[in-house]
Write a protein that binds this ligand. Structure first.
Ligand code: GLT
Ligand code: MN
Ligand code: MN
Length: 413
C-alpha cells in the first residue's frame, strides 16, 4: 500500500469507522443514562513514562462533542474546569455560568461532580492528613464541590480516595486516618443538606469509588467491599446518603469478579453509580474502553444489572489510547464505546429471554428427584448428576449469544 497522505488520514478513519456499521443514532444513545467525564475526553495521553499525544481541549468543546454523539450527561472534577487558585472565588462563579450555558446549548445535563483530592501537592499526605489545616482545606473543597453540583443540576457526587493510604509502612495510623476521612464526608453531607434545603433540590447521592492500588502502594479503602464496611462502620453521620461508584476495572485489578462485587453492592442497596471501562487483572489502571478486553464478562455484568433494574448512570470512565488523535477521540473512541455498551445491553436482554437459557436455569432450580433421606449425600449427588452439566451448557449458550450464533451466524466448514 502507498503511504497515506496526512490530509487523507481523517477521511480514511471516518470511512472505515462507517464501514464497520453497527452504530446507533444520537437519539438512541441518549435513551441510556450514559455520562461522559470531562477528564476522559480531555485526557492528553500523559502518564509517568508518557508525554501527551493530544492537545488541551476546553469544556465547551467536550460538551459540544458529547451532545453531538448523543452522550446526554457530563461530569467533572472541580479542577478539570476551575484552576485550584480560582476555587471558591469569582473565577468559579464565572466558569459555572459558562458551563451552564454550554450544557443548555448542547442539550447535555450535568450528572455528577467530584473533587480532585489527589493531584495537587496539598494532597500529598491525602485529604485526611495528620494536620488539621490540610483536613480543613479538604473538607472545604468537598463542600465547595457539593455547592457546584447543585448549581449545575447534578444528582451525584463521587469520591475517589486514591491518596488515602501509604507507600512506606508505619507512617499512618489507619483507624485515625479513616476517622478523619469520615469527617470530610460528614462535612460534605451536612453542607449538602443545607444547600439542597435552600435551593429546594433533593440532596446528592454521595458515591465512593474504590481502587486497590495506585497512586499509593497501600490504600486504606481498596475495594468496594471495604467501602461498604466503612459506610456501615458508624463513622458516618449520614450513611443513608453515601453509596458506591464501583469501577469495573478497579474491581478486576485486585483479582475480583466484578460481577460478584456488583452483586454484593446491589444486595446492600448501595449500587448507585457505575464507572464502565475494561482492562486486565493484576495490572495497573489502564482504563481501556468498555468491552474491548472482556466482552463476555461485560455481557454477564449487564445481565445482572438489567435483571436487578439498575437505573443509575453508566459513566464512561476510560482513557482514549495515546494512539488515538483528538479527531479520533470524538469520531471513533467515544461513539464506538457507547455503541458497544448499547449492543451488550441489548444482548443482555436476549440472554434474559433466551428459551434455552430459561429452560436450563428453571431445570437447575427444579433439581433432580427428591431423595427420601435428607442426610443421603450420595443419593442427592446421584439425583443431580446429569442435570449439573447444564452449567457448562449455559456458558456455551452465552458465548453463542455473544458472537451472534443464536441468530444463525455460521462459521462454515
Ligand atoms: C481519577 C480516577 C477515576 C475516578 C475519578 C473520580 S478520579 O481519574 O482514576 O477512576 O473515577 O474522581
Ligand atoms: Mn473511575
Ligand atoms: Mn480506572
Amino acid at each position: 500500500m502507498k503511504p497515506i497522505p496526512i490530509n487523507k488520514q481523517q477521511a480514511l478513519v471516518d470511512r472505515l469507522a462507517n464501514a464497520c456499521g453497527g452504530s446507533y443514532s444520537p437519539d438512541t444513545r441518549r435513551k441510556y443514562f450514559l455520562t461522559g467525564p470531562q477528564w476522559a475526553a480531555a485526557y492528553e495521553g500523559q502518564a509517568l513514562f508518557h508525554a501527551p499525544t493530544r492537545s488541551p481541549i476546553t469544556f465547551e468543546k467536550v460538551i459540544e462533542a458529547y451532545g453531538k454523539i448523543g452522550i446526554g450527561h457530563w461530569c467533572t472534577h472541580d479542577t478539570d474546569v476551575i484552576a485550584t487558585d480560582d476555587l471558591g472565588k469569582e473565577g468559579q462563579e464565572k466558569t459555572i455560568s459558562k458551563i451552564k450555558s454550554s450544557l443548555k446549548k448542547n442539550g447535555v445535563a450535568c450528572s455528577m461532580v467530584t473533587t480532585e483530592t489527589f493531584h495537587h501537592a496539598v494532597f500529598a499526605a491525602s485529604p485526611a492528613a495528620e494536620s488539621p489545616q490540610i483536613r480543613q482545606y479538604a473538607s472545604w473543597r468537598l463542600c465547595n464541590t457539593v455547592q457546584m453540583g447543585h448549581q449545575l443540576g447534578a444528582s451525584y457526587a463521587v469520591y475517589w480516595p486514591g491518596t488515602l493510604g501509604y507507600s512506606v509502612q508505619g507512617a499512618v495510623e489507619e483507624t485515625e486516618t479513616l476517622r478523619w476521612y469520615a469527617e470530610g464526608l460528614n462535612a460534605a453531607c451536612r453542607a449538602d443538606i443545607e444547600i439542597a434545603g435552600k435551593m429546594g433540590r433533593p440532596t446528592l447521592k454521595h458515591c465512593m469509588e474504590a481502587k486497590p492500588f495506585e497512586p499509593q502502594a497501600e490504600i486504606l479503602l481498596p475495594t468496594s467491599d471495604a467501602m461498604l464496611g466503612f459506610i456501615s462502620s458508624g463513622l458516618l453521620e449520614h450513611p443513608e446518603m453515601v453509596g458506591l461508584n464501583p469501577e469495573y476495572l478497579h474491581e478486576l485489578m485486585w483479582g475480583a469478579a466484578p460481577r460478584a462485587a456488583l452483586a454484593r453492592a446491589l444486595l446492600c442497596g448501595k449500587l448507585w453509580h457505575f464507572d464502565i471501562n475494561d482492562g486486565y487483572r493484576l495490572k495497573h489502571d489502564v482504563d481501556i474502553a468498555v468491552g474491548l478486553v472482556n466482552p463476555l464478562d461485560w455481557l454477564n455484568v449487564l445481565v445482572l444489572l438489567r435483571s436487578h433494574e439498575y437505573n443509575g448512570p453508566f459513566n464512561l470512565d476510560y482513557k482514549p489510547p495515546r494512539t488515538t488523535s483528538r479527531h479520533g477521540v470524538f469520531s471513533v473512541s467515544f461513539p464506538t464505546a457507547v455503541d458497544r455498551f448499547i449492543t451488550l445491553w441489548e444482548m443482555a436482554g436476549e440472554v434474559m429471554t433466551d428459551s434455552i437459557l430459561k429452560e436450563a436455569v428453571d431445570a437447575l432450580k427444579a433439581g433432580g428427584p427428591r431423595v427420601k433421606d435428607h442426610r443421603d449425600a450420595e443419593g442427592i449427588a446421584a439425583s443431580h448428576k446429569e442435570l449439573l452439566t447444564l452449567h457448562e451448557l449455559i456458558a456455551h449458550r452465552l458465548f453463542q449469544i455473544l458472537i451472534g450464533q443464536h441468530r444463525g451466524r455460521i462459521y462454515s466448514l
